[in-house]
Design a protein around this ligand. Structure first.
Ligand SMILES: Cc1cc2nc3c(=O)[nH]c(=O)nc-3n(C[C@H](O)[C@H](O)[C@H](O)COP(=O)(O)OP(=O)(O)OC[C@H]3O[C@@H](n4cnc5c(N)ncnc54)[C@H](O)[C@@H]3O)c2cc1C
Length: 410
């Protein structure tokens, strides 16, 4: 009999368990894989803020990134060098492992090789059916927390609406000689290479990188591997002599999930769509989600009131902090989706000037991308032209010619 059972031993789940165990609640984390953190399905790019929030040690940092280049297949480029560390490439498996150890140190039980097969609601909360290596067991908890990732079965079992837009990613750790500019992330944009998404190259050291791509629209006959290969072939100068060491991939949900709680139940992390719609990054929002989830759960457990109404406060807190950020990200994405490769190329060339580069390096924040939108769009008539054109395009679905014309005639 537990106060809380967390399904899923990813960062959002174990962080939630850690905070609840810290407050004296009897918490159990159930993780289907034998080892926490494996297999890795992530590019492992986080902000320094995320590392501080997680409280894990700095020895998981593999590289520090101070800038980015956004590259179009037509040759345009936006080159941002800030001189400050904005992002960290980390050992994601070690990140998850350290969080799990912190949860155990706080008093939570973490059971690996334990796949949750089903839930049954009862008067005391939920009975949880688990398949371990050797046998089937069942446990009881007053509260169940679904932290079981993008394809959450807990959300389905609870009858919560979990169909929404998602990006499908395909990525690899590669051997790639990159003797210089190892503090820059490369971002590849283009409708044919990454439809509705983008590709990335994150240097880890002089000989190793993480490369990946994603797409939000599937194209009949085109596998994720096809888009990956397309990026490599479109930018041969960036991938000379590269060798794939290990593939990975996965899905990232986007948007505001309509409901992330039910009687005696809550969702957190990817299971609750707690991700950034512009980049797909989910570690930071998932950990903030975990804090809000634990805050509401602790109060409800203390009062022994796990009703839907009490737990709905979690959704209020989440929406208060992130709904604007997510809506803003979705609307920027919507505009981006309507840009042709030519539009994107022109926009990158246009922004690749010291004036705009300074604004982007001053306000750019990988956890809160919307912070940059306001100063960028308010910076002058040029961007206003683009924004107007983007809105026009979003409404009328045609090319950006109008806005581009106004920009270059200004
Ligand atoms: C290719 C790729 C690259 C990415 N790169 C980044 C990045 O650079 N930065 C970033 O911030 N985000 C990135 N993300 C997103 C990030 O990985 C997720 O947002 C993050 O892992 C979410 O954490 P979570 O704890 O919510 O879920 P997960 O990390 O997915 O953890 C869910 C856990 O639940 C377990 N589980 C599932 N079902 C059951 C069950 N029935 N019983 C028991 N256990 C179960 C799974 O095994 C898993 O361990 C990337 C995603 C992908 C696919």
């Amino acid at each position: 009999m537990y106060d809380v059972i967390v399904v899923g031993g990813g960062p959002s789940g174990v962080f939630t368990a850690q905070m609840l165990a810290n407050q004296g609640f009897h918490a159990l984390v159930l993780e289907e894989h034998k080892e926490i953190g494996e297999p890795v399905q992530c590019a492992g790019l986080i902000s320094p803020r995320t590392l501080n929030l997680a409280g894990v040690s700095e020895n998981i940092i593999i590289n520090q990134l101070t800038g980015a280049r956004v590259l179009s297949p037509l040759g345009g480029m936006l080159d941002i060098r800030t001189g400050q560390v904005h992002a960290l490439a980390v050992d994601r498996a070690a990140f998850d492992r350290q969080l799990a150890i912190q949860a155990q140190n706080a008093g939570a039980d973490v059971l690996t090789g334990a796949k949750v097969k089903g839930l049954k609601k009862n008067a005391g909360g939920f009975q949880v059916f688990v398949q371990t290596d050797s046998k089937e067991i069942s446990c009881q908890a007053r509260l169940i927390i679904g932290a079981d990732g993008a394809n959450s079965r807990v959300a389905k079992w609870l009858g919560l609406n979990c169909t929404g837009p998602r990006a499908i990613m395909y990525a690899a750790d590669v051997e790639l000689s990159r003797p210089e500019e190892n503090d820059l992330v490369d971002i590849f944009v283009g409708r044919n290479m990454a439809p509705g998404w983008f590709g990335w190259l994150i240097p880890l050291n002089k000989n190793m990188c993480r490369v990946g791509t994603g797409f939000a629209f599937s194209r009949p006959g085109h596998s994720p591997r096809y888009f990956f290969q397309h990026i490599i072939e479109s930018f041969p100068e960036y991938f000379k002599g590269f060798k794939i060491l290990k593939y990975t991939g996965g899905t990232v949900p986007m948007g505001l999930m309509p409901k992330i709680y039910a009687p005696n139940a809550m969702l957190v992390g990817d299971a609750a769509w707690q991700t950034k719609p512009v980049s797909g990054g989910g570690i930071y929002p998932g950990m903030r989600g975990a804090q809000l989830c634990a805050q509401v759960a602790a109060q409800a457990l203390k009062e022994d009131n796990l009703s839907e109404k009490t737990l709905s406060r979690y959704q209020l807190l989440w929406n208060e902090e992130f709904s604007q950020e997510i809506r803003c990200g979705l609307s920027h994405r919507e505009s981006y989706l309507n840009f042709s490769d030519r539009d994107i190329d022109l926009l990158l060339r246009f922004l690749n000037k010291p004036y705009w580069q300074n604004i982007i390096s001053k306000y750019g924040d990988i956890d809160y991308p919307s912070i940059l939108a306001r100063p960028l769009f308010n910076a002058g008539p040029w961007t206003r032209g683009f924004v107007k054109a983007a809105v026009y395009v979003a409404e009328h679905g045609s090319a950006l010619k109008k806005g581009i014309k106004s920009v270059f005639s200004w």
